[in-house]
Design a protein around this ligand. Structure first.
Ligand code: CUA
Length: 162
């Protein structure tokens, strides 16, 4: 009798986590999708990679001030350059990087501000961060894109306010 009860408790000890884990994962999925609004990019950011230099906003590359203290940095990736390779903004700016690739898959990794994205031909990547301190913040391609992949880099120069 006693042995049977012990076996039953062992069984229960394994059954409970095996139910709780998938239920917990499902709950986490629902919370991130509906409460935190974290989801895959939709169709809104599509672009024809063959016509990227004629299509807004990539027909005007570089930094544009969209509101006081807010900037949009339009960057085009191609083997093996970022255009433009240098972004200049004043300190305290909020910068939205709008970027895509005109040829193969590239990466956009800017360790300051936790920017880590893929640049996929045909898809527009948008990612926002803020630069509080003046200085130089390098960014680089971190998706292998060919023979000169390791040279593909650029930088954000944050200038002190006068
Ligand atoms: Cu572009 Cu690696």
């Amino acid at each position: 009798m006693r042995r049977d009860t012990t076996l039953y408790l062992y069984e229960l000890a394994w059954m409970l986590p095996s139910v709780a884990l998938p239920v917990g994962m499902l709950a986490a999925l629902l919370v991130t999708a509906f409460a935190a609004h974290i989801h895959l990019p939709g169709d809104t950011g599509r672009i024809d990679p063959a016509k990227v230099t004629e299509t807004a906003p990539f027909n005007q590359l570089g930094v544009v001030e969209t509101a006081p203290g807010r900037y949009e940095a339009r960057i085009l990736a191609g083997i093996w350059f970022f255009t433009p390779p240098e972004i200049r903004v004043p300190e305290g700016s909020e910068v939205t990087f709008v970027a895509t690739s005109k040829d193969v898959i590239h990466g956009f990794f800017l360790p300051h501000g936790d920017v880590n994205a893929m640049l996929i031909p045909g898809q527009v990547t948008r990612i926002t961060t803020r630069f509080h301190t003046p200085g130089e913040y390098p960014f680089l391609c971190h998706e292998y894109c060919g023979i000169a992949h390791h040279t593909m880099a650029g930088k954000v120069v944050v200038e002190p306010r006068p």
